[in-house]
Design a protein around this ligand. Structure first.
Ligand SMILES: Cc1cc2nc3c(=O)[nH]c(=O)nc-3n(C[C@H](O)[C@H](O)[C@H](O)COP(=O)(O)OP(=O)(O)OC[C@H]3O[C@@H](n4cnc5c(N)ncnc54)[C@H](O)[C@@H]3O)c2cc1C
Length: 464
């Protein structure tokens, strides 16, 4: 029988298939960004690697484009497409922790909240995203930065193996000993090389963290960012920080007088001995300027990871955010960021996050994540509800990251909404980009996996 484009006929597929007109389709086609409105031929909710193999075979036979969705937190819109097959891995949620070996395996639908819940039962953790509803899959494949990264490296630095379904439908175990070049490329190369159906991670002992929020009024922003920058220069690897320039939502950790006002929120973390926290964090908590509200205290790691709430329905939120990796924060960069924020609307915000430590100490070129000498990531965000006209919101955000182009090493893959090829190249640098193109030509020569920060396969002669 000839294969059918109708998804209910995919041979061997055991998961749920949602085609246009079926209940649930409209929700299933959406991603975490109301700006993205695409209509795939079907959404294939995979239950395991065999479903991935079956769905990919169907897509190849029918010539359907393929979009892959893991935890579903990506706002760039790569997790859906027009007229193609979406492989939704969100239901693949198995996690197994081996406390003695300090390792865990996890399927690609697992979120950081679920991963932390499983590993924290054993007092173990992995550098991961700060929000519980971000998926481990896209996060790890794009590099992965978390508060523990200065101590233990990127999330992708802690991968021991990937189980992968390749573009031609083979299932392979990828690690240091098997397909070493692919192992290099999967750690930072995004979803370009296949569908990961299981991750194997190394874990670290983490039970508590001294952390919280330090709130400052907007007028102090320039001084606060200098204070944070100067503190980081000598801060131990077990310490990290993010600083947020935003219009404050009415959150309990912010003083009422700052609600709905522009405000700076500094969030330091200290994973070292709690007895040393006061000394390490003193410059941020007691230095000049001192915060107007200080909620820093010892927390369980899971309580800290829940500190920043997410909106309950992301599909209603319009988002454009882009991250840049900076080797340093000069006074001029700080002043530029602050003045642009202060003159932009309330939907514009900036997040500065510490890098360095173990990220930068890794030997050169161990993974496809390139700009390891960056000391800061700067995330420029526009987020709004309701207004379908994006232009007024997008313009300040675009100006925000464009102003950093003279000082950035390149964009950060996990926060890159602009799919143009030169930005993907800038994220990797010329050498790594060329190496990734050669790898792509080996594992996905037809560019089946192209809804991502796409790496075009190298032409055949380059790959000889
Ligand atoms: C609220 C929020 C907080 C964030 N915080 C951080 C942070 O602290 N640090 C940080 O580094 N990043 C952070 N990010 C960015 C985040 O890491 C990326 O958006 C990441 O892609 C999310 O992974 P996901 O699996 O949930 O996303 P998805 O949308 O499911 O996946 C994104 C893309 O990754 C690829 N992909 C996903 N799963 C697979 C798979 N199994 N096999 C092959 N390809 C796959 C696909 O191309 C897919 O389109 C944050 C994002 C949000 C929304």
């Amino acid at each position: 029988m000839a294969p059918s484009a109708h998804p209910s006929r995919i041979p061997g597929f055991r998961g749920r298939l949602l085609a246009p007109g079926e209940p649930g389709y409209d929700r299933a086609r959406r991603v975490r960004n109301a700006r993205v409105d695409r209509r795939p031929a079907a959404v294939a909710r995979c239950t395991g690697a065999e479903d991935v193999v079956a769905a990919l075979a169907h897509a190849r036979e029918q010539g359907l484009p393929v979009a892959v969705r893991g935890g579903g937190a990506g706002v760039a819109g790569w997790g859906t497409c027009d007229g193609g097959l979406v492989l939704d891995l969100g239901g693949m949620k198995a996690i197994e922790t081996d406390p003695a070996a300090r390792t865990a395996t996890a399927e690609p639908g697992v979120t950081w909240g679920e991963f932390d819940a499983a590993t924290q039962r054993h007092g173990l953790a992995l550098p991961g995203a700060r929000n519980t509803d971000v998926g481990i899959a896209g996060h790890t494949l794009g590099g992965g930065v978390g508060d523990l990264s200065r101590q233990y490296g990127l999330t992708s630095d802690n991968v021991e193996f990937f189980d992968l379904v390749t573009a031609d439908g083979h299932q392979v175990r990828v690690d240091e000993a098997h397909h070493a070049e692919l192992f290099w490329g999967l750690r930072g190369g995004g979803g370009n090389f296949g569908v990961v159906t299981r991750f194997g991670f190394r874990l670290h002992p983490v039970r508590t963290v001294v952390a919280g929020t330090l709130a400052h009024p907007a007028a102090r922003a320039g001084r606060v960012l200098r204070q944070v920058r100067d503190w980081l220069v000598t801060a131990p690897d077990a310490a990290s920080v993010i600083a947020v320039l935003w219009t404050a939502p009415p959150l309990p950790f912010l003083p009422e007088e700052l609600h709905f006002e522009r405000c700076v929120t500094v969030i330091p973390t200290w994973f070292g001995p709690a007895a040393q926290a006061d000394e390490v964090l003193a410059p941020l908590r007691e230095g000049e300027p001192a915060p107007v509200r200080d909620t820093v205290t010892e927390l369980s790691y899971r309580a800290y990871q829940r500190l920043l709430p997410s909106h309950p329905d992301h599909t209603l939120q319009h988002v454009y955010n882009r991250g840049e990796l900076l080797p340093e924060l000069t006074d001029a960069t700080i002043d530029g960021l602050v003045s642009h924020w202060q003159t932009s609307g309330p939907n514009y915000s900036v997040v500065l996050g510490a890098l360095g430590g173990a990220i930068g100490r890794a030997p050169a070129g161990p993974t496809a994540f390139t700009h390891r000498d960056a000391r800061w990531f700067v995330e420029i965000c526009a987020q709004w509800f309701g207004d379908p006209d994006s232009s007024a919101h997008l313009e300040p955000a675009r100006k925000g990251w464009q102003a950093l182009q003279d000082v950035t090493r390149g964009p950060y893959l996990n926060l890159l909404p602009d799919p143009e090829n030169h930005w993907v190249r800038a994220a990797y640098g010329t050498e790594t980009y060329a190496r990734l193109r050669r790898l792509k030509a080996v594992w996905d020569p037809g560019n089946l996996f192209r809804f991502n920060a796409n790496i075009p396969p190298a032409p055949a002669k380059e790959n000889d």
